[in-house]
Write a protein that binds this ligand. Structure first.
Ligand code: NDP
Length: 352
């Protein structure tokens, strides 16, 4: 594992204040076990497991724990960190937290790292802080770059379709951002299969091909299978899943109650899992799935992630983590992403 030292001030025995120069050094073994998958037919590869900062990296979260989670991820080959303008809380705080850790610890590894951010949900008051207009997206990306202290992000996403803005305008902004050098690649998120097909066409006509689609996909949320995965494959686009653990439901943590330090107990708001989401019909499915996971020699979380990654159309999936150990546990899923026909049939029977 990498070493983390901080610049600390301490009082020596003769009572003078001393400075101890210290720094984070990434593990030399960081590329030993991670898989890297190509984004469709594009040149860029992403780690099969990426880390997202939607929750657990806000202003009220323990900063040193955030730092440890980022270090653990990078030390284990997670080269991709996923953000958005509105991650926090409050909105913007996750980019600030990441920016501080990036500047202090990992800046010198910039060329080994893929950073993404997004805009598309409500970010500031008035008519220009939401949607897909040129006015909003350009200003938002400039703010994100400032919060993180970056010259450019690797991937900039339009976070969700905006029915009030012509698709041509939104896609032209993505093209402009790449031409300005503020992003290397562009992506879209939460677009339907049909909307994705249209976005691909417009972006191709502008000369900035779509790199990747970011979609909610888990054993419990299967909408991506209704055409979207076929569209990305047909067009050579990458696909990256989010909430593949259904925010923690697809782990064994809720099988005998709600732990006090869990997301469901935290009442964070902003779309975070709530106690009401833990219904008995869902939990009884997870109990049954957990038995299959045990037979496979995996934890429930590992099996849920492996189940997504068994599909070669998936470039990566973005995990969330509240503890460094969750990152290392989730990465173990890569040891077995193959499922027998019998296992797949049993899983489908449980999920029906
Ligand atoms: P997950 O489904 O991975 O849920 C993360 C939570 O699951 C963690 O906070 C933790 O819960 C629990 N967990 C994670 N690993 C383990 C483990 N190994 N064992 C037990 N529990 C575990 O993802 P998120 O919903 O957090 O989303 C991930 C990322 O996806 C976001 O950070 C963001 O980058 C992206 N995203 C994109 C969206 C979009 O619209 N494009 C929307 C939502 C997310 P606990 O906190 O209880 O410990």
């Amino acid at each position: 594992m990498g070493t983390c030292f901080r610049l600390i001030m301490y009082r020596s025995s003769c009572n003078s204040v001393s400075l101890q120069a210290m720094f984070y050094s990434a593990s030399e073994k960081r590329y030993g076990s991670m898989q890297y998958r190509r984004c469709g037919k594009n040149g860029l590869k992403l780690p099969a497991i990426s880390l997202g900062l939607w929750h657990n990296f806000g202003a009220l979260d323990d900063f040193e724990k955030c730092r440890k989670i980022i270090h653990t991820a990078f030390d284990n080959g997670i080269t991709h960190f996923d953000l958005a303008n509105n991650y926090g809380p409050p909105a913007g705080a996750a980019e600030e937290t990441f920016g501080k850790i990036f500047q202090e610890d990992i800046k010198r590894y910039r060329d080994e790292i893929i950073l993404s951010t997004k805009a598309g949900y409500g970010m500031w008051s008035g008519p220009y802080g939401d949607g897909g207009s040129k006015k909003y997206l350009i200003a938002s990306l400039d703010q994100s770059l400032k919060r993180m202290g970056l010259d450019y992000v690797d991937i900039f996403y339009h976070h969700r379709p905006d029915p009030e803005t012509p698709l041509e305008e939104t896609m032209a902004v993505l093209d402009l951002i790449v031409r300005q050098g503020k992003a290397l690649y562009v992506g879209i998120s939460n677009y339907s299969a049909l909307e994705t097909q249209k976005a691909i066409k417009v972006l191709n006509s502008l000369g900035t091909p779509l790199l990747i689609h970011q979609v909610k996909y888990s054993m419990l949320v299967r909408g991506a299978e209704d055409g979207l995965l076929d569209v990305v494959q047909k067009n050579g686009i990458g696909c990256i899943a989010f909430s593949s653990l259904a925010q923690g439901i697809l782990t064994n943590k809720y099988l005998s109650g709600i732990p006090g330090d869990s997301r469901a107990a935290s009442e964070r708001g902003n779309g975070a899992l709530e106690k009401s989401g833990l219904t008995e019909p869902v939990l009884s499915k997870v109990r049954e799935l957990n038995e299959i996971a045990k037979q496979r020699g995996q934890s429930m979380a590992q099996m849920a992630l492996a189940w997504i990654l068994k599909d070669e159309r998936m470039t990566s999936l973005i995990i969330g983590a509240s503890k460094p150990e969750q990152v290392t546990d989730s990465i173990q899923s890569l040891k077995n992403c193959r499922f027998s026909d019998e296992e797949l049939e049993s899983i489908e029977r449980i999920l029906k």
